[in-house]
Every structure is written in C-alpha cells, then in structure tokens.
Design a protein around this ligand. Structure first.
Ligand code: ADP
Ligand code: MG
Ligand code: ZN
Length: 492
C-alpha cells in the first residue's frame, strides 16, 4: 500500500475480471469469420445479427480453447455446463441478450502464480466461462451525418472467455504481475493473441480497502482500462481515493468508475442502484455443454510448457537470474529465441544478459514483435558475438561495437571482426612494444608516476589502449605497464 505514514493500516483487496477473445477461425455460434480489422459488417449473418428465428450452434474449437486455458491454470472442468441468457439493452447487442454462462460455468478453481519479492504467490481463479462478444459502436468517421454513431457487428458473436479472479490480489503491482502472467499463459497456449489495442484482451478491476483485521470493504469496479500500466495506475489512484473517503469518516459507495488515462483519475459511471438486473435464465436454444474425461485428457496432452514452468527451468537448468528469467519467458517467441541463441553459444547466462540488455532495447526501439525477432536478428548472430567474447578473442568494448553494427547493418559478426580488425591482440610482445612506446613518449607522466602520483597510471593505460586500437586486453596492459614502470616511490 502507498502508506503516507498518517493512514491506519488499510489493506487493499483487488479482484480482476478479464475477457479474452479466442483464436478461433469462426465465431462461437455461427460460421462467420472471427477476424479483426475487416470492413464493418462484412462478417455477419442471421445468427450473429440476432435476426428472429436464427439458431446458435456451438463452435467446438471455442470450447477446446477455453478448456486449454482452464487446464493451463489448473481449473477443474465441469462435465456439464449451461449457457445462459444475460439480458440487457444496448445498440451493439441486437438480440437484447448475450449468451454467456452463469451458475454452471465451464471451469472453476485454478490459479495464476506470480513472483513477488522473491516469493511465489498463487492468486485463485473463481471461474472461467464461455460467452459471446457484442458488436462495437463506432463514434468517429461519419462525416455525412454530424454526431451520428455507427455499429459494427463483425465482433458480435466472437468467442470470449471470462476469467474471474478471486479477491486475493493485495497491491496494484501484484495486479500488474497477475495480468502479465495471465497474458503469457493465454499466448503460450495460443488461446488468445493478447492484443489489448485491438481489444482481444480486456480487464475490469475491482478494488476495496479495509482496516487490518476487519471484514472486506465495499468494492468499486473500474472500467476503461486499456493497458496493464493503466490498471496499475487506476488501482493506485482508487486506493488513495478510498483511503481519503474513509479518513474523512465517510463511506465508500459501491459503484462502477471509469478511468481517465489523461488525468490518471477515476470518476463515477453508475452506482449499485443503477446496476443492471440481467434476469439470467438458461439458454433454450442450446443444449448443456458436456465434456468428458477423454476430451479433457486430449486437450491436456496438447498443452505446451507453460511460462511459470519455463521460467523455473531457466533458473534451475541455465542458472539465469530470476529477473532475466522473468523477462525472457513473458513471450514464448522470446523464450524460444533465448534457447536457440544459448544453445548455439553454450553461454546461457551471457546470452540472457545480452538479450535483456541489448537485444530487447533495440527491438523495443523498433517496436519489434517478439515473433519477428528471429528474422530481424537471427539467434546465430547473437551467439557468434557471445562466443567471441566468451573465448576472449574480442574485448568487451569491441563486442558492444560489433553488436551495434551487426544489428544496424545485418552483417555477420565474424565478418565485422575480420574487416575491422577487431580481434583482440593476444600477442604480448605487440602490447609490450606499445607499452615501451608510451613510456618513451610520455617522460613527464612517467616521472610523476615514479614520484608517487599514481593517478597518471590511468593516463598511460589510455595511451597504450589508444595505440592498440582498444584491442589489447586491459588486464595485460595493466600488468605489462606496471612491470615496465617499476614501483612508484614510497611503495615496496
Ligand atoms: P460482478 O458480476 O458483480 O462483477 P463477481 O462475483 O463476478 O461480481 O465478482 C467480480 C470481481 O470482484 C471478482 O474478481 C472478485 O474477486 C472481486 N471482488 C469481490 N469482492 C471484492 C471486494 N470486497 N474487494 C475487491 N474485489 C472484490
Ligand atoms: Mg462479473
Ligand atoms: Zn454470423
């Protein structure tokens, strides 16, 4: 908690509801394409437009992706779940109801684990259920009719899972880590592309605070959170706001609030009294969803190594520090890249360091998708630099230069080393010659050093390094120079 010292011990309680679009080819109850970015209302039919008499047919692939996520998070899949109508009016919902699941969801239990301050915490999942997405209102680009809005039904009927988390998150930072890991699991399993800009991943945050030892406080639901950072910031703002309310002796009102990313504040949208009564009832047009053990077993067998497992393995088998292992396993293509480059160089820790420090920095500058990293800068190219450095044939300074040139020009590191003559000088007689020349050309500094002014030693090292084009190993230069100069006065 962001305690300012004057506050009593308030404990924040956070629970997140995440909607994820499933990577199916067609929609959940019809054969229309599930594809983002097409011209408005081109992927529609009687079913997803909600025309009278049209009947939904459940998409098996959507069920299977939902099962993948459920199994990847350790949920129990219910053998029989029920679709329900969630009734409400909105212009993007032509049927007047959304088909969802209510009291009998597809999956329950399970957890997402996060690593906080060197400890692993498991945040429980209440449920994962299947539902359909609504259409989308478009408020811009209608020049013919000033102020008009349009509606695009391409999204209507796109399969979603809602992942409801238990109120077990204790800080905005934990909420951020939870979302990060959740997204990793969704993308590793290829259940969802995790793209928040395109709306394939959306999050609502519930937050309350209470005094230590008391029951949970009244919760506020936050909406309009379009990045993980904004979830964190909105929660920070909201916790501070609730603290102020309680400090003033007032009560937190149960309400839905909208986050304004511009001001960093939340403002009321609707209170409990204005909340919908969805009048849920079982969907009469769909049979109960039956999932047997054989199907569950098949889906489970198709799961990849999960991010938490991969991270633990990088730490255990490759000796990678936790922070690096965390970054390297956020996205599967990056973890694959690391394994390829590390396998080629045989230097795992160094490879991790280079990726985290250099590759990711340059890739970020180009807004490069991790899936494209291998094409942009092949793992073999990184491995060549790491290997040359590890074998001692180039200096650290040269390695940095080589990386930069290889990244910007696409040239192979070995060619750069050869063409620029960056191979480290291993011939000590050549270094000794440069040392002798430096002593000869700098009698004043040599005199000062011999009289005890040790600071000029660095200057002489610099002369030798310059004469050798930075290719002499600094430790060898130091040793030869010390030998040649003899001990400064006053030392023995
Ligand atoms: P609703 O459908 O009204 O949003 P849910 O039962 O689906 O209600 O719960 C929504 C979320 O609220 C869950 O993620 C849960 O963890 C969270 N939550 C429940 N109680 C609290 C609380 N006191 N403080 C913060 N979050 C809470
Ligand atoms: Mg809810
Ligand atoms: Zn359709």
């Amino acid at each position: 908690m962001k305690g300012e010292g004057v506050m009593p011990g308030y404990v924040p309680v956070i629970g997140l509801e995440v909607h994820a679009q499933l990577l199916t080819r067609s929609k959940i109850f019809c054969g229309c394409a599930n594809r983002f970015g097409d011209a408005p209302n081109t992927n529609t039919c009687a079913v997803c437009l909600g025309l009278p008499g049209a009947l939904p047919v459940l998409n098996r692939a959507a069920v299977e992706l939902a099962m993948r996520m459920a199994l990847a998070t350790g949920c129990v899949i219910n053998g029989r779940s029920i679709f329900a109508r969630k009734n409400y009016f909105y212009p993007d919902l032509p049927k007047g109801y959304q088909i969802s699941q209510y009291d009998r969801p597809l999956a329950t239990g399970g957890s997402i684990s996060i690593d906080v301050d060197g400890q692993t915490r498991r945040i429980g999942l209440t449920r994962i259920h299947l539902e359909e997405d609504a259409g989308k209102l478009v408020h811009e680009g209608f020049s013919s009719t000033e102020g008009a809005s349009g509606v695009d039904f391409n999204r209507s009927g796109v399969p979603l899972i809602e992942i409801v988390g238990e109120p077990e998150i204790r800080s905005p930072q934990e909420a951020y880590l939870y979302l990060q890991r959740l997204k990793s699991v969704l993308t590793y399993t290829e259940v969802c592309d995790g793209n928040m800009e395109e709306g394939s991943l959306r999050c609502d945050a519930n937050v309350s605070i209470h005094e230590k030892g008391s029951a949970f406080g009244t919760r506020v639901e936050l909406k309009n959170l379009n990045s993980f950072r904004n979830v964190q910031r909105a929660l920070e703002f909201e916790i501070a706001r609730q603290e102020r309310v309680l400090e003033e002796g007032a009560k937190v009102v149960q309400q839905t609030r909208l986050y304004d990313a511009g001001s960093g504040e939340t403002r009321p949208m609707r209170t409990k009294e204005e909340a919908h009564d969805y009048r849920y009832f079982p969907e009469p047009d769909l049979l109960p969803l039956e999932v047997d053990e054989a199907w569950i077993g098949k889906v489970r067998a198709g799961l990849p190594e999960l991010p938490s497992e991969r991270k633990a393995r990088f730490i255990r088998e490759r000796g990678i520090p936790e922070a690096d292992a965390h970054l390297l396993t956020l996205e599967k293509p990056l973890a694959d890249y690391f394994e390829q480059a590390g396998g080629l160089s045989g230097e795992w820790r160094e490879t991790a360091k280079w990726i985290v420090r250099d590759v990711l920095r340059w890739a970020k500058e180009e807004k490069l998708d991790s899936a494209k990293l291998g094409d942009r800068f092949p793992p073999a190219r990184l491995a060549a630099i790491v290997r040359a450095r590890a074998s001692g044939s180039i200096t650290a300074a040269s390695a940095a230069e080589i990386f930069e040139e290889a990244w910007t020009s696409g040239k192979e590191p070995d060619a750069i080393i050869r063409d620029r003559g960056l191979s480290r000088i291993t011939d000590e007689s050549a270094i000794a010659a440069a040392v002798a020349r430096a002593i000869e050309e700098n009698p004043k500094q040599v005199g000062q050093y011999r009289q005890g002014k040790e600071a000029v030693f660095g200057y002489l090292v610099g002369q030798v390094m310059r004469a050798t084009g930075g290719k002499a190993p600094p430790d060898v230069v130091n040793r030869l120079l010390k030998d040649a100069l003899g001990k400064p006065a006053g030392q023995d």
